[in-house]
Design a protein around this ligand. Sequence first.
Ligand code: NAD
Length: 352
Amino acid sequence: MESIKSLAYEVHMEELAEASLRQHIAKSDYSSVFVLVDENTTVHCLPRFMHKLGMTPNAIHEIKAGEVHKHIGTCSLVWEWLSEQGADRKSLLINLGGGVLTDLGGFVASTFKRGIDFINVPTTLLAMVDASIGGKTGVDLGALKNQIGVINQPQMVLVFPEFLETLEPRQIRSGFAEMLKHGLIIDAAYWNALRTTENFADGKCIQQSIAIKNDVVCQDPTEKGLRKILNFGHTLGHAIESYFLESKTKPTLLHGEAIAVGMILEGYLSHELKGLSKLSLQEIKDTFLTHFDRVDFTQADIEAILRLLIYDKKNSHGEVNFVLLQAIGNAVTDVKVPENLFEKAFAYYKEV
Ligand code: NAD
């Protein structure tokens, strides 16, 4: 499959990914090569990855799996490990894992000795089509998502769809939510193709989603304008994700599951404020509720989620800015939403 050129690096897929990795290491004269895994990718992905790598890394480090470990404490452990292993400015860190690991590993590499090279090898659908692309790295601060981080590009991103064979269906669906978002914000034909196929996790769809995200990122790497459209569904989605993460009584909600709710809610806001048609709004709701169970929200939940909204990092000057849709495939940024619409959006979500 053809590679996709990004800012200062390329996204390679399948056989080309393996060849590019070996070539890159052969020509880069790294003093040492380190691999970061989590407790699941060490079992499911590392053995296959070692074949692809074709050399023995200096050391491999395992972190605990899951969003609750995406914090500065885990970074400290990885920085200390790198330091103990004698990593220097010419070392390479390879991040083998889902979005938690590529976000955290990218941040660790970007800050260790003021920055060492890193390569992302995403192993979840969400990390392949989204988290590993675009150079956003970082960790959560308490329950607040992605509050600490830097934008810094990897040397390359290597996508091997075969890693998805061991991924739980629920995790696959989580990545699917981001792919559907790519269609909603920029490509109506892709949205239609995705919502009517069962093979959304194949190489072709993955490549198309990467191409869409990459195209947006290349036009606006530091999120001054266009890149904000990637946040569709994420303003409310992140607040919902944070709330569920913090709560001791709520079930876990995956990133994609939270933003699937966020996209229905923000679809409703789009209909109210930006002329998204009733038909399109219904199509968005039906599509997400076909793939994702409806989440239960009590009135107290909704109030707490709305309080969390103000912490969202996209707020500027105390106002909450939204990305909304004028139509499927056509997003607008920096929309201020009157507060009274939030409750109505949740009411629409709950409506059967
Ligand atoms: P994750 O990294 O927690 O992975 C999900 C689970 O799958 C984990 O338990 C992991 O150990 C396991 N796993 C990973 N690969 C596997 C495989 N091949 N087989 C079996 N199990 C495997 O979560 P995620 O959904 O990949 O990523 C979510 C994170 O991505 C969030 O923290 C979110 O904020 C971040 N994100 C970042 C960006 C960005 O632009 N940087 C964009 C979107 C999301």
